[in-house]
Design a protein around this ligand. Structure first.
Ligand SMILES: [Zn+2]
Length: 319
């Protein structure tokens, strides 16, 4: 494993300094356009009040790095992330790219592969607008419906080209219908260990996601919706029984896939345009997930690989 550097919103840091990483989270996530619906407006103070205590607790629990997987058009706000990072001491990695073709607004949805790749490369190598912050990961995803659309494929191809050019990895929303994605990555000569195929563990998609087939070809798999469980008071439609998800994860570890697995909680510090899922935060990692993993027989060395070594290797800029 060769580690290098990682782009955070406050600058480039050696991957060894990331500490414990939550690899797929959200500072604030909402559907495009929700910012125009006055019903959901929050003052900056309200957003800070909802977010800072969660990030402070994350830091106090031993969290080092928070990867914000909120794409362009879904509420990404880099200057805000910078101030949160300064305030809490948590490294925040921002992404370029889109949650899925169905959240790309018309300006981007109509753009060709070349244009989109240029946007991604610029945000990774020059910076995101005038913030001075560079994106550390590229987000792509499968649109609702479960099949990759023509636009999804265009975004995946642009992301692959940007990843090859910059060495920054790709993180996906959903790992269903992975064949077209893998074809595109292969055609663009992107090694599959540069891709984290996410949301392979949720209640809606786990059964139709061929995780072992993806890992067999070198891809990484995200068990990154830990905590969205049917035990919640008001569980979302993608919830899954807590034990069922853990058993699934432990089975993959037993089969030898530990180094290809990444975990996170996909929680939303301060939801935009929707109420969010009550009772679920990034700190599920410390409060429930790590104790559950220990109960399942995962030792300290394995925990370090899951939460530190694997994400450091994944997030390292490789070129
Ligand atoms: Zn997410």
């Amino acid at each position: 494993m060769v580690l290098s550097k990682v782009n955070t919103v406050l600058g480039t840091v050696p991957a060894e300094e990331l500490g414990l990483v939550a690899v797929h989270e959200h500072i604030g996530y909402g559907m495009p356009g929700s910012e125009l619906d006055t019903k959901w407006w929050k003052t900056p103070e309200q957003a800070y009040d909802e977010t800072v205590p969660k990030l402070r607790a994350f830091h106090e629990n031993g969290g080092g790095t928070f990867v914000d997987a909120t794409g362009i058009c879904n509420g990404r706000d880099i200057d805000y992330y910078k101030s949160l990072s300064r305030k809490t001491g948590v490294h925040i990695v921002a992404c370029t790219g889109f949650v899925g073709g169905d959240t790309a607004l018309p300006h981007f949805a109509r753009a060709g592969v070349e244009y989109l790749a240029e946007v991604f490369v610029h945000e990774i190598t020059v910076g995101i607008g005038d913030t001075g912050s560079k994106a550390g990961v590229i987000k792509v995803g499968v649109s609702r419906g479960g099949r990759m659309t023509e636009l999804d494929k265009r975004i995946y191809r642009a992301a692959a080209r940007a990843a090859v050019k910059t060495g920054v990895p790709i993180l996906t929303h959903l790992a269903i219908d992975p064949q077209p994605a893998i074809d595109i990555f292969t055609e663009e000569r992107l090694p599959l260990d540069r891709v984290l195929f996410g949301h392979a563990d949720d209640g809606l998609n786990a059964s139709s996601t061929p995780s072992e087939w993806i890992m067999g070809q070198g891809g990484r798999i995200g068990f990154d919706t830990f905590g969205y469980e049917t035990e919640l008071p008001d569980p979302p439609f993608w919830a899954r029984p807590r034990k069922e998800r853990m058993d699934h994860f432990l089975t993959l570890v037993e089969k030898g896939y530990l180094d290809q697995l990444l975990v996170s909680a996909d929680a939303n510090c301060s939801p935009l345009g929707w109420p969010g899922v009550k009772g679920h935060t990034v700190n599920y990692i410390f409060e429930t997930l790590i104790p559950d993993l220990r109960d399942g027989g995962i030792d300290d060395a394995q925990l370090k690989r899951i939460f530190e070594d694997n994400p450091a290797d994944f997030l390292s800029i490789k070129n």
